[in-house]
Design a protein around this ligand. Structure first.
Ligand code: KG4
Ligand code: ZN
Length: 348
């Protein structure tokens, strides 16, 4: 099969319906279009994701989003060499919409179909617009920080990685989201907390750094959430309300605690494995304090550190990194055999 030059990437693992047309040539991977429709406004009303509602929104959006991606890329289905789709993990109702649509398009347009694990896919945002010369190299430590996952892996090549550790309870993004809810902030909480934190003092509240000294590469964030709950209960006892400065200081303190744990563990994983390259991926990687802290600690503790973090827009869910991943993991399968798998992980 000849190497693809243009891939349509489809991503519907959660509450975003996303499609992108991505090109790869000798100068690297470039986005021709990247369309994301989100049902966040609807989910915000409920303070979190309602899976049935998210799936219903996926069905309504999938065809218009794919149409728009093809239109914005100024191409037609004829120009597309392959279709890549998130096969999992995620919400089964949402995943099915993308997978079944991709299967149908693959059969009707007669294009190869490439299934992509959403979690490895996130890392390929680091290959986009990097230019072939500055694209990530192996071995590399990968830190995935998203709404549902916090994992450290050692990448040895495309599709070749060793699982080093991950969260034993809440993911980093989940911790942001749950703490935001305790502060009365809208879903998704990560961006709301980071905004408020800009005006807050990260040392105002003493919060735990769970498992910081655990000598392994696992994480735990549920204790941090409980500590925030206790603080909020104390601050609001006797019918008092949280003031804006409480919220700013709590936000800054929460963000700092999460950033400390993520950066320390990532650099420790790099040192332990004698690896100088680090790739960060996932929605939480859009957080400036976290990315700065990882870069700072890497330059302090590693000799020739390179830390790659995608621009914020490519950190959160989109179809572009799914297409990018497919260029480097081009293993098409029979469309009739592809099944959405909500339980895929990096630890297999
Ligand atoms: O990767 P992603 O878009 O979706 C999943 O695959 O889960 O990640 C979503 C997560 C949410 O928990 C959201 O609160 C968090 O990323 N997030 C952030 C920021 N932007 C999004 N967390 C911290 N700081 C941000 N700026
Ligand atoms: Zn994601």
């Amino acid at each position: 099969m000849k190497k693809p030059k243009i891939i349509l990437g489809i991503e519907t693992s959660c509450d975003e319906t996303a499609a992108a047309v991505v090109q790869k040539d000798q100068s690297g991977v470039k986005i021709l279009s990247n369309v994301v429709a989100t049902s966040i406004d609807i989910q915000t009303k409920y303070g979190g994701i309602v899976p049935e509602q998210a799936a219903r929104e996926q069905i309504a959006s999938i065809i218009p989003v794919i149409d728009e991606a093809i239109k914005q890329a100024r191409c037609t289905p004829d120009n597309i060499d392959a279709i890549a789709v998130t096969e999992g993990p995620g919400l089964i109702g949402s995943l099915l919409v993308g997978v079944e649509t991709a299967k149908s398009l693959s059969l009707v347009w007669q294009k190869p179909l490439v299934p992509i694990n959403h979690l490895t896919g996130h890392f390929y945002a680091n290959w986009i617009n990097s230019g072939e010369q500055n694209s990530p190299t192996f071995p590399s430590i990968g830190l995935l920080i998203s709404g549902g996952h916090t994992d450290l892996v050692l990448f040895k090549g495309h599709g070749k990685y060793e699982y080093l550790g991950g969260t034993r309870d809440d993911a980093a993004g989940e911790c942001f989201d749950k703490c935001a809810r305790l502060l009365g902030l809208p879903y998704p909480g990560g961006s709301a907390i980071s905004k408020l934190a800009e005006e807050g003092d990260p040392k105002a509240f003493k919060l735990p750094r769970p498992m910081l000294d655990s000598k392994d590469f696992d994480f735990s964030f549920s204790g941090l959430k409980t500590a925030v709950l206790n603080l909020v209960q104390e601050l609001t006892s006797n019918n008092r309300l949280l003031t804006i400065s409480h919220k700013q200081n709590l936000s800054a303190s929460i963000q700092e605690a999460i950033a400390d744990v993520l950066s320390e563990k990532t650099i420790a994983a790099a040192q332990y494995n004698h690896v100088e390259h680090i790739m960060v991926a996932g929605g939480v990687a859009a957080n400036k304090v976290i990315s700065t802290k990882i870069k700072q600690l890497a330059s302090e503790k590693l000799e020739k550190a390179t830390v790659l973090i995608p621009p914020p827009k490519l950190c959160t869910d989109n179809g572009a990194y799914i297409a990018a991943a497919a260029f480097y993991n081009f293993h098409p399968i029979d469309p009739l055999k592809l099944q959405a798998n909500p339980n895929l992980s990096l630890n297999q």
